[in-house]
Design a protein around this ligand. Structure first.
Ligand code: ZN
Length: 479
């Protein structure tokens, strides 16, 4: 016990040193320090250092987030920047001492942004708007297009409209998203972006502009992917910032009585580059029982291109990896922990699908994902088999000291582990506070300075507590 205590104490000191120095600890270095201390210190009665103890002083999540956003920056799926991020990820995960670090490649269609400009041209003086194209938007051509605005106060209003109200016009969907702690407004308001362009295209619209799916009041448009059904010809599709949408609406209200239409001009020149490579990066903490199924923890490595992808989702990769690292440093877990830094999530969850195609038939004990920023975890939700009732109780008790409440809804996993959870893999959600997430989401403001180190560290502690329990769970509790 004394020897174990000393080793754990060494690990703790080493981790403090590592976090101060922002150097990834290596097993070799830890072993060296441990040997030195074993030779020079007498027996100690201090309890073993746990993953949670290590997580309380975490510097790993911050350093991953800072280094990825600084050295790589924006990393659009399928681009050279995303490939550079994968090379960076493999090197970092190897340096941290994880096993089986590898890239698993897949192919996907690649879309990239071009020039993007918009003006309100009539009936008032021409005014420029802040616009960003939505992923999969068609091009207007370099000369752009101009048309009358067809106004809708919501996605539902557009869906209910007759084709004649829309044909040949530039559709505008107004519908201001409101912030919620659990982020649940995204599904409701987000329909304007997810399927609004497809609905407008089917009704014969020339183009579509939406009020950004965002809760801020900055002149930052929020990008994001949209999808057109097979057989529907894509139209130009963009989002304008909230203040620009307010301006458009004021002009629309004043144009009405004048009898003159409100008109918009758009220049959007995105391109489809065809099929390119993307990939998932995978690393493992090997479990002591090779027959036990692994716990999988996920984030996504790709990001949108307007910011540096700090909250979406460098921080998520930092959180899950730091937690796995602390569990590994505190002593070998029974189950393997598999870390998945998924590629190409933003543009259609291609990495999550590729992982499922390759590994979906393997048994997984549980799946978790961090992809909702870097603010504190406030709720834990479970979707576990009946055999895991006391396991869920143990996790809920372990995260309570960090101010995390137990939810009443079943966990739903996350995008990159969605197919696994759909197929029946047990899931735990560590739900983050999303109150300000949609101020920043998919905007130029998604940058490192928006991350609060104390809240980031709380995430790591909650994840370490949860992961330590899952990774030591029995075969009677989880598959
Ligand atoms: Zn994300």
């Amino acid at each position: 016990m004394a020897i174990i205590g000393a080793i754990h104490a060494c690990a703790r000191e080493a981790a403090r040193y590592e976090s101060r120095m922002k150097i990834a600890p290596t097993p070799a270095r830890l072993a060296g320090i441990a040997a030195l201390l074993l030779a020079t210190t007498s027996a100690s009665a201090s309890p073993p250092t746990t993953a949670v103890d290590l997580a309380q002083n975490d510097g790993v999540a911050w350093s991953i987030t800072e280094d990825l956003t600084t050295e790589i920056g924006p990393r659009m799926a399928g681009t050279e920047a995303e490939a550079a991020a994968r090379r960076w990820a493999v090197a970092r995960l190897q340096a941290m001492g994880f096993a089986n670090v590898r890239e698993e490649q897949f192919d996907m269609p690649v879309w990239v942004r071009g020039e993007e400009q918009a003006w309100l041209t009539s009936p008032f003086l021409s005014q420029k708007l802040a616009i960003a194209a939505l992923g999969n938007s068609a091009s207007t051509g370099a000369k752009g297009i101009e048309g009358d605005v067809a106004y809708f106060d919501s996605f539902d209003a557009l869906a209910a409209a007759a084709d004649s109200q829309v044909k040949g016009k530039i559709v505008f969907i107004d519908h201001k998203m409101q912030p919620t702690q659990d982020g649940s407004g995204y599904g409701y308001y987000g329909r304007g972006r997810f399927t609004g362009p497809n609905v407008a295209a089917k009704k014969g619209a020339a183009a579509i502009v939406i009020r950004s799916i965002g809760t801020d009041a900055h002149r930052n448009p929020h990008t994001g992917v949209t999808n057109f059904e097979a057989g529907v010809k894509p139209i130009p599709a963009g989002a304008i910032s909230n203040p620009d949408a307010d301006q458009l609406v004021r002009q629309w209200k004043r144009a009405g009585p004048s009898g003159e239409p409100l008109r918009l001009k758009l220049v959007l020149t995105p391109q489809n580059l065809g099929t390119k490579h993307s990939g998932n990066v995978i690393a493992e903490v090997p479990g002591s029982d090779p027959a036990a199924s692994p716990v999988i923890v996920a984030c996504h490595l790709d990001s949108w291109d307007l910011g540096t992808g700090a909250i979406d989702d460098a921080a998520g990769c930092g959180i899950i990896t730091a937690a796995a690292k602390h569990v590994m440093s505190a002593g070998q877990p029974r189950r393997t922990i598999r870390i998945l830094w998924a590629g190409a999530e933003e543009v259609g969850v291609f990495g999550g699908k590729a992982y499922f195609d390759k590994h979906g038939k393997e048994k997984h004990a549980a799946a978790l994902e961090s992809d909702f920023g870097a603010d504190r975890v406030w709720r834990v939700d479970f979707k576990l088999p009946d055999s895991a009732k006391t396991l869920a109780d143990r996790i809920a008790a372990a995260v309570m000291p960090f101010g995390v409440v137990r939810g009443k809804q079943p966990a739903n996993g996350g995008a990159d582990i969605g197919a696994l959870v759909q197929a029946g893999v047990p899931a735990v959600d560590l739900a983050q506070d999303g109150t300000r997430y949609f101020d920043l989401h998919h905007t130029p403001d998604d940058t490192l300075d928006k991350i609060d180190p104390a809240q980031l560290r709380q995430n790591v502690a909650v994840w370490a507590a949860t992961l330590a329990i899952l990774a030591d769970s029995s075969d009677g509790e989880l598959p």
